[in-house]
Ligand binder design. Structure first.
Ligand code: GTP
Ligand code: MG
Length: 283
C-alpha cells in the first residue's frame, strides 16, 4: 500500500517553521510512543540546525512502561535529550519544564550574568496527531490550542506563554514530502498520523492484520476470539466481521465496518499496549 500525504498546509508549515526557528532557543519534537522511530521526521530535525532538541515521547499511557524505559535508554545512549510524557495528564509537567530549562541552561546563564531573566522560547514540532497541542495545553494548564483525535488539526502557528518563563510555539503536524520507507508510512497511518480520508481503510486494515500476524499474533487473536490467522489478511478481516456480526442485508460482510473497528481498536488501546517500533540501541 502506497501512502503519500503532503498537502499545501504542510508546505506552508515547513516554510513558517524555517522562518520562525531564528526566534526560538530550542525545538521540542513530540513523538508517539507507539511508533517512536517512525515519528522522527528528518526534515523537522534539519530545521533545528544547531539549536538543541528535546524529544518528547508522548502517549506513554498507551504502551508498556518497560518499553518506554528502553526507549529512554536508547535516546540517552545516543546523547539526545528525551522525556516520556502523557500529554493528557499533568503528571509530567514539572519534569518537562525542568528538562527544558536544563537543555537551555547555557543561554539562561548567559542572560543571568547580564542581570536579565531569559524567557525560553521553544518550537513544538512533530508529525500529525502526536499530541503537540494537547501537551502545550497541559503545560499551561488551560485549553489555549485546538486539539482533536485526527491528523491535521493545527493549521497555523500559535504562541502560548507559560507562567514559568517559557513560551511555546504550536505548529501544524508535518510529514516528509514522500516516504522512502513504506513500513514507516504504514505505522504512521496505523497510529492516526496520516489523514484517514485519503486512505483506503480496508487496505490499511489488511496491512495492519499482516503486521499483527508477524509481530503481535496473540493480541489480535485474543481481541476477536479467533483461533488463528487465515492465509490472506482479507480473509482474516472477514473472520473479524463474522465474529462481530458485521453483516449487510443479503448476508454480505461489511468489511468497511470491520476495517474501521480493527483500526479503532488498535488506536484506542483495546488490543493491548503495543509498541510498533523497537529501540535500536539496547542497554
Ligand atoms: N492516550 C493519549 N492520548 C493523547 C495524549 N496526548 C494527546 N492525546 C490525544 O491525541 C489526539 C491528538 O492530539 P493533538 O494535541 O490534537 O495532536 P497534535 O500533535 O497537535 O495534532 P496536529 O495538530 O494534527 O498535528 C487527541 O485526541 C488527544 O487527546 C497522551 O499522552 N495519551
Ligand atoms: Mg495540533
Amino acid at each position: 500500500m502506497r501512502i503519500q500525504w503532503f498537502p499545501g498546509h504542510m508546505t506552508k508549515a515547513m516554510r513558517m517553521m524555517s522562518e520562525q526557528v531564528a526566534q526560538v532557543d530550542c525545538l521540542i519534537c513530540v513523538l508517539d510512543c507507539r511508533a517512536v522511530s517512525s515519528c522522527v521526521n528528518d526534515n523537522l530535525v534539519k530545521i533545528a540546525g544547531s539549536k538543541p532538541v528535546l524529544y518528547v515521547l508522548n502517549k506513554r499511557d498507551l504502551v508498556d512502561q518497560g518499553d518506554v524505559a528502553a526507549w529512554e535508554s536508547d535516546f540517552a545512549a545516543r546523547g539526545k535529550a528525551c522525556i516520556a510524557t502523557d500529554g493528557t495528564g499533568f503528571r509530567h509537567r514539572d519534569k518537562l519544564i525542568a528538562k527544558l530549562k536544563e537543555l537551555n541552561a547555557p543561554v539562561i546563564e548567559k542572560y543571568r550574568l547580564k542581570g536579565v531573566r531569559k524567557t525560553v522560547r521553544a518550537m513544538v514540532v512533530g508529525v500529525p496527531n502526536t499530541g503537540k497541542s494537547t501537551l502545550i495545553n497541559s503545560l499551561c494548564g488551560a485549553k489555549k490550542t485546538v486539539t482533536g483525535n485526527k491528523a491535521g488539526v493545527t493549521r497555523g502557528k500559535q504562541w502560548v506563554t507559560l507562567s514559568s518563563g517559557i513560551e511555546l510555539l504550536d505548529t501544524p503536524g508535518t510529514l516528509p514530502p514522500s516516504f522512502e520507507d513504506g513500513d514507516k508510512a504504514l505505522k504512521l497511518a496505523f497510529i492516526g498520523s496520516v489523514k484517514d480520508d485519503i486512505l483506503d481503510l480496508v487496505e490499511l486494515a489488511q496491512e495492519f492484520i499482516a503486521f499483527m500476524q508477524t509481530h503481535f499474533e496473540d493480541a489480535f487473536l485474543k481481541r476477536y476470539g479467533l483461533e488463528g490467522f487465515c492465509e490472506k489478511p482479507h480473509d482474516t478481516l472477514e473472520a473479524v466481521c463474522r465474529k462481530r456480526g458485521f453483516v449487510l442485508s443479503g448476508g454480505v460482510l461489511d468489511v468497511e465496518r470491520g476495517a474501521r473497528a480493527v483500526i479503532d481498536d488498535f488506536r484506542s488501546g483495546r488490543m493491548g499496549k503495543l509498541m510498533l517500533d523497537a529501540p535500536e540501541v539496547s542497554e
